[in-house]
Design a protein around this ligand. Structure first.
Ligand SMILES: [Zn+2]
Ligand SMILES: [Zn+2]
Length: 68
């Protein structure tokens, strides 16, 4: 089985860059292309960040609760 994992944006292969998996669409993205969403989450794109935020609006309040 060939490992052809690539960044969805710049197409860098996992052999060249460290790839992370988007928790929304499961695409892989590299550090350079990562989108930093509210709460410090990292996703492949802003659109995935928006999907994620819509999905757990209820949880956000807890996450951003009293400052640590
Ligand atoms: Zn990339
Ligand atoms: Zn994504």
């Amino acid at each position: 089985m060939i490992d052809d994992t690539k960044c969805v944006k710049c197409r860098a292969s996992s052999e060249v860059v460290k790839l992370e998996k988007c928790i929304v669409c499961y695409s892989h993205y590299c550090d350079d292309c990562a989108f930093r969403a509210t709460g410090g989450r990292r996703l492949c794109s802003e659109s995935c960040a928006q999907i994620l935020m819509q999905g757990d609006e209820d949880e956000l309040e807890n996450e951003f609760g009293p400052e640590e």
